[in-house]
Design a protein around this ligand. Structure first.
Ligand SMILES: O=c1ccn([C@@H]2O[C@H](COP(=O)(O)OP(=O)(O)O[C@H]3O[C@H](CO)[C@@H](O)[C@H](O)[C@H]3O)[C@@H](O)[C@H]2O)c(=O)[nH]1
Length: 454
């Protein structure tokens, strides 16, 4: 009897948590369908993932090999400089990736050859490397399909004089890509919300080269489902939604998970806890951090708050007496098992920065949102949550741009009392679930994808 070798996929993600996480989840799903994976992180992130690993990953370690290549930055440099990081990666990483693939494919240690590269569409150069080596290519889009549709529309927007060839804005009127999609404020284009002018230009250049590179992909999949953003899949017909991807995320955490909060959640009444988390990149200034703490206190509700070690600039001490006053009603952790938290029956709502993964994870569990976008695609995601799907509320900043404790309390109380939002959220959960169940649209797309890349 011949035992067939597992098809061997090389997977590479853009080096931030919100990209590594869903691609690892997709890798787990592919292992379940018979693949072997070499998952490539930057050396910097590889060290973090290994340091944060728990010991319950044994099942997957056999089939997911964690590899790493340098990103071009010095070890101590700040990886949140996304413009600089993107420029360096495009220059430095391709030759390292090529070498890694050649080493695997030429080694005689019995390892099967890499048959396909599955790259984050934000790492288009990796598809070019695969093309050069005549290896099959697939791309994954980790954010909303709407965002991708806007980015692919860049050449037309340059032609129409809406933006310049360097991405700067020339016209300010709203744009609408299709009648079913809400109009979009060009000031909210993702690259314009990414830091200083140099960063914006670097990110814009990266987008333009990625738009070119994704044409090399034989398959293009994303973490969404048809009902969520219907017209997108008409505008980008080769993009196949396979989401929601939101099971437990093993082998991908940049910080060690503090699971003690699940025991705390077990002790709380059903639908009583506000879960507060801002993803991996948001930084709050100290004044806003304090106001958030005081707003949670003032709301009188139970809350679970993820206070990442780098959530605030400078010190992250709480306002005077805050911890004593909230007592066991409030729980703060450095990094939570978010997907398990959102699935917990004690959670009533999700105060989020509206990163795409958090959005998908929240809506897949029927949890209503309180939206506090920070940058990048989050402002557009918020408008989908609040205005289109109507499963959440946003905050209004005061005249100093601060979201006040009173505003936080008001919105918490309004959301928790809003039965229509709750009903729509539960309905969305059902639609999400149907998509990945046997016969659902995302399920079928995933099956086609698996057959295609085998
Ligand atoms: O305590 C925590 C907090 C977060 N997470 C996970 O971390 C991921 C965070 O991803 P996301 O919600 O998308 O936020 P960011 O980390 O900010 O992601 C970046 O990447 C996303 C995908 O491109 C974009 O939508 C965001 O705007 C961008 O900031 C999610 O899977 C969460 O489940 C945890 O596991 N534990």
């Amino acid at each position: 009897m011949t035992i067939m070798a597992r098809p061997h996929l090389l997977v590479i993600a853009y080096p931030t948590q919100g990209h590594v996480m869903p691609l690892m989840e997709l890798s787990h799903n592919l292992v379940d369908r018979g693949f072997k994976i070499t998952f490539v992180n930057t050396e910097f992130n590889h060290k973090r993932v290994v340091a944060a690993l728990s010991n319950n990953n044994a099942d997957y370690e056999e089939f997911i090999h964690l590899a790493s290549i340098p990103d071009g930055m010095e070890p101590e440099e700040d990886r949140n400089q996304l413009g600089k990081l993107s420029d360096l990666m495009e220059n430095v990483m391709p030759e390292h990736l090529e070498e890694l693939i050649k080493n695997i494919n030429e080694s005689d240690n019995g390892d099967s050859k890499i048959t396909c590269v599955l790259a984050d569409a934000n790492m288009g150069w990796a598809l070019e490397v695969a093309d050069k080596l005549s290896i099959r290519r697939a791309a994954f889009w980790p954010a909303s399909g709407v965002l991708l549709a806007v980015l692919l529309h860049i050449p037309k927007m340059i032609e129409d004089g809406i933006i310049d060839t360097d991405g700067s804005l020339k016209k300010t009127e709203m744009i609408q890509l299709s009648p079913e999609m809400p109009a979009m404020n060009p000031a909210h284009f993702v690259w314009l919300l990414m830091g200083d002018l140099d960063t914006q230009k670097s990110i814009f250049n990266l987008i333009v080269s990625n738009n070119r590179a994704v044409k090399l992909a034989d398959y293009f999949v994303c973490n969404s489902f048809p009902e969520l953003e219907p017209s997108v899949f008409t505008l980008v017909p080769n993009l196949q939604p396979i989401g929601p991807l939101c099971a437990s995320s093993r082998l991908a955490q940049f910080w060690p998970e503090d699971s003690t909060c699940l025991n705390w959640l077990d002790q709380q009444p059903a639908h009583s806890v506000i879960y507060v988390a801002f993803g991996s990149l948001t930084i709050l200034d100290k004044r806003q951090f304090d106001e958030l703490a005081l707003g949670l206190e003032l709301s009188g509700q139970r809350f679970l708050w993820v206070v990442r070690p780098d959530l605030t600039e400078g010190t992250d001490t709480y306002p005077d007496g805050f911890e004593e006053r909230v007592g066991s009603r409030g729980q703060m952790v450095g990094w939570a098992p978010q997907r398990e938290v959102l699935a917990h029956p004690s959670v009533a709502c999700f105060l989020t920065h509206c990163g795409w993964n958090s959005t998908i994870e929240g809506l897949s569990h029927g949890v209503p949102f309180l939206c506090w976008p920070y940058f990048a695609d989050q402002i557009v995601n918020k408008s989908y949550i609040c205005d289109l799907w109507k499963i959440g509320l946003g905050f209004n900043p005061d005249e100093n741009g601060l979201i006040s404790k009173e505003e936080i309390k008001t919105k918490v109380i309004s959301l928790l009392g809003d039965e229509e939002i709750k009903e729509r959220s539960l309905n969305m959960k059902e639609i999400a679930k149907k998509n990945v169940s046997n016969g659902g649209a995302s399920f079928k797309n995933f099956e086609d994808f698996v057959q295609g890349i085998k």
